[in-house]
Design a binder for this molecule. Structure first.
Ligand code: ADP
Ligand code: MG
Length: 322
């Protein structure tokens, strides 16, 4: 199968009347219509075999995750997904694999009204790069730089479950089958918090999506905003879904929730007097949010327990897995 047959068979779909994509796959460029007063929000993420996924991963799950991590960046900016491009490097043409990839990709894309508008296909080591395009009202994007002293710090959903699954895969942890299945679904099929990002426009002062672990990603927000924070480790521990279902010591729970990574939840800040609005936004988006700390003028991240005592920060190093 040649390059153009491959594109036509797996990636070219009928035009959607009225969509932002005025011209999709098939010409030298795609054309995107932008509504007046809107800015384009753009983000790319590349997935490389051996580094971000194993060759054995199910193709549909890979298609889902490749788009999900990109949509998560739009969510963190409060942007509405419009379209994406897909650059694919393939060692060979495996039709069953491509069909699986397309199925996982388009299921998530359709759920978000986000159209594949173009891309590139070449022979080479397996990797895929997606660029997403979203819209946000001019000046209305949620940025990393907007956190202010006195703001409250929030996180969506649950943290640590993807990392829990990874540690089980690596043979470093063992948990009941049902716990593993749920954790594995979090790792392989993350849910980008797009609806929450949209609902937080005009409420949140800053936001970031958690890909590398809460403590590390929060550090980006604190530096960009020129502030510090105190984080309640016990409040964060409550966001580990497997908590209670499996006996984990406190140090392990903290490592998973504070430094686990691959969560694709949103960490965000909002003024303390907007907490009811935050709760309402989360309800409207169908997501649980948890208040986990406070932004302060003093730079740096201070992690404390429920009594306010400093917590051992070695959770970040994951050395007790080693
Ligand atoms: P060009 O040579 O002008 O760069 P290509 O031959 O690479 O164009 O691609 C032909 C058309 O197919 C273009 O519209 C391009 O956007 C689209 N395309 C190529 N690869 C993909 C892909 N993996 N997914 C979606 N569209 C693709
Ligand atoms: Mg090309």
């Amino acid at each position: 199968m040649g390059e153009f047959d491959l594109i036509r068979q797996f990636f070219q779909r009928p035009a959607v009347p009225g969509a932002a994509v005025a011209l999709g796959v098939g010409d030298d460029c795609a054309l995107l219509d932008l509504a007046p007063g809107m800015q384009l929000a753009v983000s790319s993420d590349m997935l490389v075999e051996g580094r971000h996924f194993l060759s054995t991963v199910d193709a549909a799950l890979l298609g889902h995750k490749a788009l999900a991590v990109n949509l998560s960046d739009l969510a963190a900016c409060g942007a509405r997904p419009l379209a994406f491009t897909l650059a694919l490097s393939l060692p060979s043409v495996d039709e069953a694999w491509l069909a699986g990839l397309a199925q996982g990709l388009f299921a998530l894309a359709d759920a978000h009204g986000c159209q594949l508008m173009g891309g590139d296909t070449t022979r080479g080591p397996l990797n895929l790069c997606i660029t997403v395009f979203g819209e946000v009202p001019r000046g209305g994007a949620l940025l990393r730089s907007g956190a202010r002293a006195g703001d409250e710090l929030w996180v969506s959903g649950t943290l640590g479950d993807a990392r829990l699954a990874l540690e089980v895969f690596r043979g470093r942890l063992s948990v009941p089958e049902a716990v593993f299945a749920a954790a594995r679904a979090r790792m392989e099929q993350p849910t980008p918090r797009v609806a929450l990002g949209l609902a937080l426009r005009g409420i949140a002062t800053s936001a970031i999506d958690i890909s590398d672990g809460l403590a590390g990603d929060l550090g980006h927000v604190l530096r960009a905003s020129g502030v510090g924070a105190t984080l309640d480790a016990d409040a964060v521990a409550g966001t580990l879904a497997a908590r209670g279902a499996v006996a984990l010591d406190a140090a392990m729970q903290r490592s998973l929730t504070l430094a686990g990574g691959d969560d694709y939840e949103l960490a965000f800040t909002a003024p303390a007097d907007r907490s009811a609005d935050v709760e309402a936004a989360a309800r409207a988006a169908g997501v649980v949010v948890t208040r986990i700390g406070r932004i302060e003028a003093e730079p740096g991240l201070r992690v404390v327990d429920a009594q306010g005592h400093p917590v051992d920060q070695r959770f970040a190093s994951f050395d007790h897995f080693g």
